[in-house]
Design a protein around this ligand. Sequence first.
Ligand code: NAD
Length: 299
Amino acid sequence: MNIVKRVCFIGIGNMGWPMAAQLLKAGFEVAVSDAVAGRAMEFVATVGGTAATDLAESAREADVIITMLPTSAHVATVVEQIRGSLRAGQILIDMSSGAPAATQKIAKDLESIGVVVLDAPVSGGVSRAITGELAIMSGGEAAALDRVEAVLRAMGTTIHRIGPVGAGQAMKALNNLVSAGGFLIAVEALVIGQQFGLDPAVMTDVLNASTGMNNSTQKKLKQFVLSRKFDSGFGLDLMVKDLSIALEVGRDHAAPTPFAALCREMWASAGTMLGKGEDHTAIARLSEQLAGVTLAEKK
Ligand code: NAD
């Protein structure tokens, strides 16, 4: 079994940057690439590694190619760009929160040239990417997953093997469906409570000591909503994309999706209302506007 040493990491945005940094820290040789001009050089200057100035060349030299891009469409574009340079025996890991069907299509295509595709999307946000404590949900061949175990371990503390290629991404979309629904209902509860006269900060404390607790009540309401910072580092457009994938998975498999459909509709409406470039936590403003209030801690 060839030891994995060289990694070509494509997409060093909010998540990819700290993830690639963890790989360097673990001793891998990392070449980074990003569509934003100068970002790879900035990474090399501040963190280390090399810039994949000739992406095809860096992809050819790598044992493992990692993509951490916004959507499966971005991944398909990059794969098209590097396909001619790939060699049999290489492994491509798509760590983006992508669409299972699109990843399976790429996997089938690259199988014909001997390249194995795995999907390994992550959860935990920027903060856990920085500490290398992401939750990773992987899909694909067990033998290939064994080969890249050390690579994934450098970025995450839990690695669940979910099933065949695409299964990790189906799981990730469904995780975000639960997360998105939990966030929205928690904000709605704060709005109702504030109208009644409750303090949303006190409400958050009570939820966190009670059965209403969820990841959003613990890690988002005070930190990003009541603080009015709205800067978790996870874009609202990316959440809408994840919810669309969850719905697609449900519809492709004839599963009823009433809550998922409503949830996606609300997140998509917030995207339209707030415009591009907003953090996902800014969706709280949709609930506030519907009620004609602004959430604020009582002084
Ligand atoms: P981001 O927008 O911050 O980063 C994506 C990066 O990809 C950008 O730097 C962009 O320039 C680059 N890129 C786009 N097209 C490219 C191309 N053709 N070639 C090279 N680089 C290209 O997004 P992010 O927040 O880092 O998220 C990446 C993926 O991880 C998404 O699928 C997202 O849903 C998922 N995710 C994000 C978080 C989070 O908290 N931000 C958490 C878990 C999963």
